[in-house]
Design a binder for this molecule. Structure first.
Ligand SMILES: Cc1cc2nc3c(=O)[nH]c(=O)nc-3n(C[C@H](O)[C@H](O)[C@H](O)COP(=O)(O)OP(=O)(O)OC[C@H]3O[C@@H](n4cnc5c(N)ncnc54)[C@H](O)[C@@H]3O)c2cc1C
Length: 327
């Protein structure tokens, strides 16, 4: 691992001022729990001269649950604290289910909400120190014609990694807002507009500028009667990333699905909102026929590569299971 300087700002302003103006690999990087960033440094994917410790910045570690079920999560909330929070579980269970599904208890006790939502891709080619792919300034995506088992089936190209975060699909399904502070001031971005595909940007996975800190996430009160859940399929029974996952919400009225939200994880370079699956559910009775139709609609436009056609079946499976558990 290369050497670097560590800065420990005591205020948010100090932290922002220590950050660079672009996403170049040698600029300063925020470090929260370090569970992703340190692996990125060990694999020599980035070579930052400076790490900016977020943990000394006050007021970023709070969980607030409103009487109406709205939730506010500070960027430094650990995944374990989120997973264990009874108030959040009662208000918006999908948040706790997704947090519980991530990594191991040891990792969750260090990893933070802000770090999870901003972690870098886990594609084995991207993570290989000797590979210079599109994401590292190169001119190829080896997953497209090489080993594609873990690659995207939706929204891929020019790069085919999948977004690794389990929290992110839930944030989109719950209509969360991400709050950012940078040198240019504060701004709020809807979770649905935060992540970008690789034809928009290759050096980053979101619209967050290099000098911006994600300070908190606000999740509005769910519509009355809305039930939400997160269903994840992983290769190993112990900790692992999603091969496919579904963050789902439904509201039933008069025996039929009045509102549906479907966001997939593990299948695209960003959390994949599926209006097609939602449309297949709305107006239908909450039953197996509609759940199967939603699965078929969700993968209607999928383009699997040589080794990842199995993800089409997994998407149908996680969506069916999520909807069944809500019924
Ligand atoms: C063995 C293992 C298994 C894992 N399994 C899963 C899994 O199943 N599901 C899953 O979702 N994740 C998984 N992860 C990833 C893990 O959840 C993330 O690494 C962790 O959540 C990152 O949080 P952190 O606080 O440690 O972030 P850090 O490593 O400190 O930061 C990660 C990135 O986010 C940036 N960042 C951090 N905080 C902020 C902020 N507030 N604003 C802006 N940028 C910020 C950093 O600059 C860095 O680029 C796994 C990791 C490991 C090591």
């Amino acid at each position: 691992m290369r050497s670097f300087e560590v800065k420990s700002p005591r205020t948010l302003r100090e932290a922002v001022l220590a950050l660079p103006d672009d996403h170049g690999p040698t600029g300063a990087r925020l470090i929260a729990g370090g569970q992703d960033l340190l692996t990125v440094l060990k694999d020599d994917i980035e070579q930052p001269s400076t790490l900016v410790r977020l943990r000394g910045v006050p007021d970023l570690g709070q969980i607030v649950v409103g009487k109406d079920g709205a939730v506010e999560l500070g960027a430094l909330v650990t995944l374990q604290d989120l997973a264990d929070h009874i108030g959040v579980f009662e208000a918006q269970p999908a948040l706790c289910e997704a947090a519980t599904s991530i990594a191991s208890a040891q990792i969750r006790s260090q990893a933070t909400v802000g770090g999870n939502l901003n972690q870098r891709p886990r594609c084995p080619y991207y993570r290989h120190p000797a590979v210079v792919c599109f994401k590292k300034g190169g001119n190829t995506c080896l997953a497209e014609f090489g080993f594609s088992k873990y690659a995207a089936i939706l929204g891929g190209g020019p790069s085919y990694f999948v977004h690794p975060s389990d929290l992110a699909p839930v944030m989109l399904a719950l209509d969360a807002t991400f709050h950012l502070v940078g040198k240019g001031g504060a701004r709020a971005v809807k979770a649905r507009e935060y992540y970008v595909l690789t034809d928009v940007a290759l050096d980053t996975e979101s619209v967050r500028r290099a000098d911006e800190v994600l300070t908190k996430v606000t999740i509005p009160a769910p519509p009355r009667g809305m039930r939400t859940t997160y269903n994840k399929f992983k290769e190993r029974a112990s900790f692992d990333f999603a091969l496919a996952a579904a963050a789902v919400g439904v509201r039933i009225d008069g025996g039929k699905i009045a509102e549906a939200r479907v966001v997939l994880g593990g299948v695209a370079p960003k959390p994949w909102h599926s209006p097609e699956a939602e449309a297949a559910l709305v107006g239908q009775p909450m039953a197996a026929e509609a759940w199967r139709a939603a699965g078929a609609a969700a993968v209607k436009d999928a383009s699997p590569l040589e080794h990842n056609g199995y993800k089409i079946h997994l998407v149908k499976g996680v969506l069916y299971r999520a909807l069944e558990s809500l019924a």
